[in-house]
Design a binder for this molecule. Sequence first.
Ligand SMILES: Nc1ncnc2c1ncn2[C@@H]1O[C@H](COP(=O)(O)OP(=O)(O)OP(=O)(O)O)[C@@H](O)[C@H]1O
Length: 585
Amino acid sequence: MPPSLSTDLTVPPTTARESDQLWPEPLSTPGYIPRHLKRTATGQFPILEIIQRILYRLKPSGGDLEKLLALIGLYQAIRPLYSHLKAFCIWACTVQVIIPDNDAVAKDVLAWMGSEVISQNHTRSAMLVTGGVHNINDEFQRRIILGTSTTTPPPKVNDEVLCLPPIGTRLFWVGMRPFVFSRRGGGNLRANIVDDSGDLQNSLTIMTLGWSLKPLQDFISLCHEFKIKNLTGTTTVYFAGDGRTDPYGGVGWQSVSKAIRKLDTIDMDETVKSDLVKDAEYYYTEESRSFFADCGIPYRRGYLFHGPPGTGKSSCSAALAGHLGCDIYHINLATGHINDSVLHRLFLGLPRKCIVVLEDIDSAGVGREEMPSTKGQAPGSADISGFANMFNGQLPMKSANSSQRQNPVTLSGLLNAIDGNASQEGRLLIMTSNNPDALDAALTRPGRIDKRIYFGNMSTNAGKSIFKRLIGRSALAHDAAFTMAQVEQWADDFADKVPPNIFSPAQVQNFLQGCRGDPFKALREVDAWVKETHRASPGVEVSSSTRTSEKSTVFVDPPKPIPNGVDEERTFAQPPIDLTDTEFD
Ligand SMILES: Nc1ncnc2c1ncn2[C@@H]1O[C@H](COP(=O)(O)OP(=O)(O)OP(=O)(O)O)[C@@H](O)[C@H]1O
């Protein structure tokens, strides 16, 4: 009798009689394994001992352990062959795409997988991340940011926790076609971005049966459409990061989802705004696309938004992206993290339809390279444009802001990234600047900048509008006794108290935010605020005339007398189309 399995799992006694009971076969029996070999095996692998006892319990006549051992041996022998065979079958019968984890396409795929595969009932593991939308369910915030009425249902956004596929592999079906999704991660992105087996770390791999990439392209389109349809109400904002997320070890894009900023929350001249929106909308029509293609003109468009700080240049760019339904990419050259090759790569990685914002381009200190002799360089290393100017009898242009430290991005590198031959087409480039006069003419020439829009300080109309948005809506929502007519009257009173074209909308917004939706507090405190703020802004003088007419604003050091709007533009070289029916937010 074998010892009881439940109490004793040690090696069984080895007397000849007991061993014979366990291994009763004679030497001539096929599959016979000598006793000492069995003992060595079970001694080395205690699990075999356990299996042996279980088998004995199940079938006291015994005898199946040999088959098991033979199978295990066979498996060990053919395992390398199996992995080679598997690799060959995968290579021969499947197609795959690899997507860097931080690419926009990867985000589309993850969003689709999260919703259509991972959120299904049978999922047993998932990666949870926050949605990253700023407080969109807050009524007050929503009305300010989105300009929606209290009756408008909130847009469908990923406001809380997202369920995404974890690291690992997952089989799923789209219709009748199987796909294998693999997510790799955990690598140090700054250095070892390709592992020993040559695979990209922190990437997604999508694989399916067949010999054509078409099903995979269709799947990617499906994911993209899903994102467009389901994430309405948000814009993905990308920032050129500090290098931690770039699969190539340099500076890459980092992203965050933000609630769309509605165009009607941007206070600017309505004609200028509608002209800008029509231009951008037309740029993305099929008609315009084929016009560019037929004429052999690179499909690109650029705007320069200029004006004092806090006048809405960045906000308008974001609102435009939301209106056009595309993502927005911010590059701040002044950080010093970006050099020519990184900038080039950032532009190469842009999707076809997007808005790229080069922020505060004047303060980035981007300039042409200095003459080789002044820098002690070899002649061959100088910017070719510098030589061209020498031959024209001109000195090479100095840095746009020579007092600043040299930016690793050169003007030629910037121009190359923006519209060099290898540069991506389809993007809409917006440069913002507080001081457009400091910009190199090469950067703003027609073809690179097609439209210049001036963002000025707050006008009387803008004052009314900002009061209604920040105070009026909240007052109406919180106190049913207030009427719209009252709000209009308060807005007029408020705008009369704030001298036009003196304060930036950001300053006024800041004051009104401090009033916390209380119209009486705002009206009571605005005079004191105006005086106080003037004292703190010595460059501005307020006369009584400035309170009555927007045009009579006095600047001590006046900028060019440009109305708040377009000051120069290059129009599309084709008959204008009728866009009068176009609806605007
Ligand atoms: N014209 C405007 N309409 C509505 N809000 C505005 C406007 N201008 C500024 N603001 C508000 O002021 C803040 C700062 O605006 P924004 O960053 O767009 O200004 P900017 O011109 O890009 O400033 P900077 O030149 O310093 O980058 C934002 O919160 C925005 O809501």
